[in-house]
Design a protein around this ligand. Structure first.
Ligand code: DP6
Length: 318
């Protein structure tokens, strides 16, 4: 038997940036995201007890992924023993787009394994399991907008759909080339926790999470963008003010794009920036403004790679 799941990546409008429990991936704050149509991971899982260990192929190449092996140990712990697996995963998240593929990858893997084992688990349980692989994966089971409740323990920390109304929201992804050494999200958020501003950030984020839910339910793109930008920029301030190994994901090109986004905003366009664990800028806008944003960025920075994404679907199975 073989089972295939396809999960789309998501972009957080209220960020997850800090863990209160490293081993369980319990976040310090609840987060909220939009699932994207363009970028996804498709994963096929086959039980193969002739194998001595689980094997993983990523885009047809055999890889030795410690993180996946650790995650399968967690699944065996949670779901009970299962035989060795052959896993084939295809990433349709161009690493170049600067979007985290771990979200769609761990969501698709969880969905495919559970299907292959013939288990019927509700999506919130799947979300709770995928969280252990990568926190942001908990949100990648749900189309459109999802909320991940921080929770207080392993059982209470999972994501669910916001059941938000349809809206003409779009995301322009601007890929910045970067020579600087990468700080992964797990490492970056550990450093951010040492910022004296961290407690304040948690408090503000709680209010922003509430305000963002109202904005999403009202399909108010301007309000969504305003809150998302404030939340993202304050997340990046934590990295700068960390007392242990302060750092930044911003490059000169990032700052140039942020300046252009600001100019566009002052010209009356809906354009709001958000950024994750890298120098790329994602611009939240109205679908009708997306082309103009692309043209403006293209004129100013001709080498920039640009993509437009819109709201994406739930996880699906074959
Ligand atoms: C900035 O989910 O990649 O994208 O749980 O350590 O795997 P781990 O972290 P990860 O962190 C994502 C951080 C972020 C914000 C977000 O997606 O909420």
């Amino acid at each position: 038997m073989t089972s295939t799941a396809k999960a789309h990546t998501n972009i957080a409008f209220i960020k997850y940036w800090g863990k209160k429990n490293q081993q369980l991936n319990l976040p310090t704050t609840s987060s909220l995201s939009l699932t994207l149509d363009k970028f996804y991971t498709k994963t096929t899982v086959t039980i193969d007890d002739t194998l001595s260990t689980d094997v993983l192929y990523l885009n047809n190449q055999k890889v030795d992924a410690t993180r996946v092996h650790q995650f399968l140990d967690v699944l065996r712990d949670e779901l009970g023993y299962f035989p060795t697996l052959k896993i084939n995963s295809y990433n349709h998240v161009p690493t170049s787009a600067g979007l985290a593929s771990s979200a769609s990858a761990f969501a698709a893997l969880t969905g495919a394994v559970v299907q292959e084992l013939g288990l019927h688990l509700d999506t919130c349980t799947l979300s709770r399991l995928a969280r252990r692989g990568s926190g942001s994966a908990s949100r990648s089971f749900f189309g459109h907008f999802a909320v991940w409740h921080a929770g207080i323990d392993n059982d209470s920390s999972f994501a669910e759909s916001l059941h938000a109304p349809a809206m003409p929201i779009a995301l322009v992804v601007a890929e910045v080339s970067s020579q600087q050494k990468k700080v992964g999200s797990t490492e970056g958020m550990q450093r951010a926790l040492t910022s004296p501003d961290y407690g304040n950030w948690v408090n503000n984020s709680q209010q922003q999470f509430i305000d963002m839910q109202s904005a999403v339910m009202a399909a108010d793109i301007e309000k969504i963008g305003t809150i998302a930008e404030a939340n993202a920029m304050s997340m990046h301030d934590l990295n700068l003010t960390a007392t242990q190994h302060p750092f930044t994901y911003f490059t000169a090109e990032t700052q140039r794009i942020l300046q252009i986004v600001d100019d566009l905003k002052h010209q009356g366009l809906l354009a709001f920036a958000t950024m994750d664990a890298g120098p790329n800028v994602k611009i939240i806008t109205h679908v009708e403004h997306a082309q103009l944003i692309i043209q403006t960025l293209n004129n100013a920075l001709p080498n920039l790679k640009l993509e437009i994404a819109q709201s994406g679907p739930d996880i699906s199975y074959e």
